[in-house]
Design a protein around this ligand. Structure first.
Ligand SMILES: CC(C)(COP(=O)(O)OP(=O)(O)OC[C@H]1O[C@@H](n2cnc3c(N)ncnc32)[C@H](O)[C@@H]1OP(=O)(O)O)[C@@H](O)C(=O)NCCC(=O)NCCS
Length: 160
């Protein structure tokens, strides 16, 4: 991995809602969650789901949302602002998702990704995810979802 920026990963708070919702819109367009849904998630009103943000100084540069149910951690969202990509931000977020999954005793991380999202597919491949399934016409525009999975790595002693 690259040395990366001095990015801080922390739980999202109410002051992060606008930045996270903007990132949702930029990264996901018509599949984006609304600002009110993001606000509910950040406030802990979406059961099982934790929102994390990556912060450089005062700037939110990325976020992730993970839902842990039983032994599965579902990575529902991960996105980084275009100007901060390829600097290790998503890798840092994923390491914290992993830590959360370990804490909550999940042993597998699952996620869905559009089959036309080459950048994300490359990122997940680099992170060791492999294809589990395909869901045709999963997204609003008819695009297929690829379901990816990876065992949770034990990062409980890591320092990220
Ligand atoms: C996918 C995404 C989250 C990756 O975030 P990132 O912060 O740029 O990722 P990192 O810097 O941690 O990348 C780690 C490694 O993954 C691989 N990688 C990441 N993005 C890549 C890309 N666009 N093309 C090829 N490889 C890529 C590289 O091996 C990279 O290491 P390197 O930069 O040293 O070569 C980011 O591109 C993004 O926000 N995309 C839009 C939202 C999105 O598609 N989210 C996923 C939805 S399922």
């Amino acid at each position: 991995m690259t040395s990366g920026p001095r990015v801080v990963i922390r739980a999202a708070g109410p002051d992060d809602v606008a930045a996270v919702a903007a990132l949702e819109r930029d990264a996901l367009g018509r599949d984006a969650w609304s600002e009110s849904l993001v606000a509910d998630g950040v406030a802990g009103r979406v059961p099982t789901t934790l929102f994390l943000v990556a912060v450089l100084g005062d700037t939110v540069t990325g976020y992730a949302a993970v839902s842990v149910v039983a032994d599965v951690a579902e990575l529902q969202r991960i996105a980084v602002t275009a100007t901060h990509r390829r600097t290790g931000v998503a890798s840092a977020l994923l390491a914290h998702v992993e830590r959360e999954a370990t804490t909550r005793h999940a042993d597998r991380i699952l996620l869905e990704v559009r089959d036309d999202n080459a950048g994300a597919l490359a990122f997940y491949a680099r992170q060791g995810f492999t294809e589990l399934d395909r869901r045709p016409r999963y997204y609003a525009d008819g695009t297929t979802a690829i379901v990816l999975a990876r065992d949770v790595l034990d990062v409980s002693e890591g320092d990220t």
